[in-house]
Ligand binder design. Structure first.
Ligand code: 5GP
Length: 131
């Protein structure tokens, strides 16, 4: 079981932003900016483009709902989307609220946020996600 499957199953704690039977969204533990969120399919697939076309479409619709909620909570110009998957072999989309393109640089130093702040960001996003 991948670390992200354990997170989606609740076996490892996370700051949950949205959840349904098929997908799970949670705050990145080493955020580039406040509100940096990961969106995963519960089905364990390493490479995102090995998902079926229908899964990919539904994953992106789910991610869009989360992105709209992030934009309501975190002041930003737009929410950017990135796919890397070089560290964790479980398909995921990064949603990153951007002030400028520099916020999408994964070589930037990561933020250190308190557990309380992470929880309050996740709670605020979850409250804004619509079905
Ligand atoms: P990638 O696989 O896209 O290159 O990077 C994996 C991302 O997952 C990184 O941004 C990293 O901070 C995040 N990450 C890795 N392990 C955990 C974890 O246990 N919990 C959370 N919330 N994020 C993680």
């Amino acid at each position: 079981m991948s670390i992200f499957s354990k997170i989606a199953a609740g076996e490892i704690p996370s700051y949950c932003c949205a959840s349904n039977d098929e997908f799970y969204a949670f705050l990145d533990i080493n955020p580039l900016v406040k509100g940096h969120t990961l969106v995963i399919p519960r089905r364990e697939v390493d490479y995102i483009y090995d998902l079926t076309d229908d899964e990919l479409a539904r994953l992106h619709v789910f991610a869009a709902h989360v992105a709209r909620a992030i934009k309501e909570v975190i002041p930003c110009v737009k929410v950017g989307e990135a796919v890397l998957g070089l560290e964790v072999p479980h398909a995921h989309i990064h949603l990153i609220p951007m002030q400028s393109e520099r916020d999408m640089l994964f070589s930037n130093p990561k933020l250190q946020l308190s557990g309380e702040e992470m929880q309050s960001i996740a709670d605020a996003i979850r409250a804004k996600v619509t079905d």
